[in-house]
Design a protein around this ligand. Structure first.
Ligand SMILES: [Zn+2]
Length: 318
């Protein structure tokens, strides 16, 4: 298909991807490199949308193919090399450190392998380490320590993912305080499977950005507060539909949040699982939510403005 004017505009628009899980980037080609017995048909079956639980099953299956530090490095390399063609100049890639620890893998070796790929990537690439909230307080605290230890290296933030419904953010208040005291930004997932209160709790505990946060729209005073405080929401439209975080594409609140002055950033979350890309997500914003080119440029600028590595701030200011 011939590229449209919108394609060209979006490809040339400098973008930042702030919410992407390395483990969610394993497409059929990469999985076949990691394990030649994997077929495209199997990948298709495993990556079916439908619900959050279904998504977690697909994610776990994908992660099972990352057995060694070299596997992680290959996955990172294959993902990072796809970014320049989409006009992505900067990425904060989430490494599920909590899953590495839980699988009793050598975290230091996995981290070093992925950090090395970030250093030699064709884009400005940094890491967020995240813990699995439903593994409990001790687990989350142990991962926070790993993140803090690497804060001066490639790690720019600490996050928590997993199931908000069974592990509300308030449980992790002491860990959040520990991370804040060490000057490491907090970027928790919230307002995805749980409502506005989950987002509010994270904002009150000093979150710098919120992963998803779309259900903040259920509380007008919270939306106003996000806008006033300038807390960015890492919006992932396709993901939210696929996991059932929103009931339908038309019901997605990206337009309402943007119009209310909330700093919205557009991201992919798990591009392989959700069969999307940064280009696709921006196109969705344009074609289904009526974002003008000016508005798309404002969203892209939000990405660079809310990026956490010092060099990204230099990009924005230049
Ligand atoms: Zn996510």
């Amino acid at each position: 298909m011939e590229p449209t004017g919108l394609d060209t505009f979006l490809r040339e628009l400098p973008k930042a991807e702030l919410h992407v899980h390395l483990e969610g980037t394993l497409d059929a080609a990469v999985l076949a490199e990691l394990d030649p017995s994997v077929t495209a048909v199997e990948v298709n079956e495993r990556y079916q949308p439908g619900s959050f639980d279904r998504f977690i099953e697909g994610f776990k299956w994908a992660v099972g193919h990352l057995r060694t530090p070299d596997d992680y490095a290959l996955a990172a390399r294959r993902y990072l090399e796809k970014l320049p063609a989409q006009g992505v100049r900067y990425v904060e890639m989430t490494l599920a450190a909590g899953v590495v620890v839980w699988r009793k893998q050598d975290f230091a070796a996995v981290y070093d392998a992925v950090a090395r790929e970030c250093r030699r990537a064709p884009v400005d690439a940094w890491l967020v380490l995240d813990a699995v909230r439903h593994f409990g307080e001790e687990h989350v605290e142990s991962v926070a320590r790993l993140a803090v230890e690497r804060a001066g290296d490639r790690v720019v933030a600490f996050g928590i993912g997993g199931d908000e419904r069974i592990a509300p953010a308030g449980r992790f208040a002491s860990t959040f305080a520990f991370v804040r005291e060490h000057g490491l930004p907090l970027v928790p997932h919230a307002g995805e499977t749980a409502g506005a209160d989950s987002v509010r709790a994270c904002v009150e505990m000093g979150a710098r950005r919120i992963g998803h946060g779309v259900r903040a729209v259920e509380d007008a005073s919270l939306v106003a507060e996000l806008a006033r405080r300038g807390v960015a929401l890492e919006v992932c439209i396709t993901s939210n539909v696929a996991t059932g975080a929103v009931p339908s594409l038309d019901a997605h609140p990206v337009r309402r949040l943007f119009d209310a002055g909330v700093p919205v950033v557009i991201n992919t979350d798990d591009p392989a699982l959700f069969r999307t890309s940064m280009m696709d997500e921006y196109k969705l914003a344009a074609e289904r939510f009526g974002f003008t080119r000016e508005e798309l440029a404002a969203v892209a600028a939000n990405g660079l403005r809310h990026a956490l590595a010092p060099r990204a701030r230099a990009v924005t200011e230049s």
